[in-house]
Design a protein around this ligand. Structure first.
Ligand code: MRU
Length: 351
């Protein structure tokens, strides 16, 4: 996946692989200011909770990169204002505000340094957030791979892969790690309407890596479970409350209900940066609602008659009671989550 790096700092700009154009076209966006980063996040050119956080961090760097050495007040104001603006770009992923809090921390720690040093410190922090996420994904992979059997099929939803993270992936990182241990794993990817992240992005990155992947329409999930075609469900998360309720791409909750009915283990893979210990439960997770035309149109074609209302929540919340385990960079956690997740809280402090 190296040549398909989803986001990178390049010569004073942020380079983003435009995921809205996959799988048909590999288009790189060269972004030179934080407004461009906000646009890329909103329109899902860069998406997936950890990747959104990384983009946000680079956005803060861009906001101050061109500020003149003499203008210290403008520099600090610009950085803080950019953090606030970027934070508002998408509401659900915890990783976005987590990364921005890290950037604010780096700014505060270097506040008395010359401006060119603060710029470098912010860039180092953004790059560290990205590198750190790859390591977390690899650890998730290591822990999760042990749960998969020697020869199995995994159902996944949306894209929780290299393209949704700093690299390697959370749910798909587990598949990669299991395969590298010699296990035979194949993936069933739900297409993930309305924006088809499963069909377009998961199928793209797995087939690019030579990992067997089969796409199904979202309404075929019960069929594959009833026929024992999958042995595990593995998904990512956008935000996890301290009681273990977990928000992920719309449709995840339905899969969890189906998995419980068919006695198929349902695992959520996520780095610590996705956990929000300030939230008591899933009711407090803000759910993004996106524009109606994502539902009324598909592939440029109108699929709903004019004037008919639609709904378009981008995420749903799977209750903790339907989640068999969380696979994190710090290990595997099982119910009762209120107690077992608690030790993660102190590890989750922003440095
Ligand atoms: O709207 P998206 O494409 O940003 O939604 C992404 C998901 O729901 C992912 O499953 C989640 O962010 C986990 S990515 C490791």
């Amino acid at each position: 996946m190296d040549e398909l790096q989803n986001i990178a700092w390049h010569d004073g700009r942020v380079r983003i692989l435009d995921q809205t154009r996959l799988p048909g076209e590999l288009v790189l966006l060269e972004i030179s200011d934080h407004h461009g980063v906000i646009k890329a996040i909103k329109q899902l050119s860069i998406r997936g909770a950890p990747a959104i956080g990384i983009a946000a961090a680079y956005g803060v760097v861009l906001a101050v990169w061109e500020v003149e050495e003499s203008d210290r007040t403008a520099f600090i104001e610009r950085a803080n204002h950019a953090i606030d603006l970027i934070r508002a770009s998408r509401p659900t992923a915890r990783n976005l505000s987590w990364a921005l809090e890290r950037m604010r921390g780096a700014l505060t720690r270097h506040l008395n340094r010359p401006l060119h040093e603060i710029k470098q410190a912010l860039l180092r922090e953004a790059q560290a957030i990205q590198a750190d996420d790859v390591q977390r994904c690899q650890q998730i992979g290591r822990h999760g791979a042990a749960l998969l059997t020697q020869n199995c099929a995994v159902l996944t939803h949306c894209n929780a892969g290299a393209l949704a993270t700093g690299g390697y992936g959370t749910a798909l990182g587990i598949v990669r790690a299991a395969i590298s241990l010699g296990k035979k794993v194949q993936v069933y990817a739900c297409e993930t309407r309305p924006l088809l992240q499963g069909a377009r992005i998961t199928a793209f990155e797995l087939s690019d890596d030579g990992i067997p992947v089969t796409v199904l329409c979202d309404n075929m999930a019960a069929y594959v479970m009833q026929r024992s075609m999958v042995q595990f469900v593995l998904v990512g998360a956008d935000r996890i409350a301290r009681n273990g309720d977990a928000a992920n791409k719309i449709g995840t909750y339905g899969l969890a209900i189906l998995a419980r009915h068919h006695r198929i283990p349902f695992y959520v893979a996520a780095p610590l940066s996705t956990f929000d210990f300030d939230l008591r439960n899933g009711e407090q997770i803000p759910i993004e609602h996106r524009s109606a035309d994502e539902v009324t149109h598909c592939g440029g074609l109108q699929t709903v008659p004019d004037g008919v209302p639609v709904i378009n929540p981008a995420f749903d919340v799977t209750p903790a009671s339907l989640i068999d385990a969380f696979i994190t960079d710090k290990g595997i956690f099982r119910p009762p989550y209120e107690a077992t997740l608690q030790p993660l809280k102190s590890l989750n402090l922003i440095p």
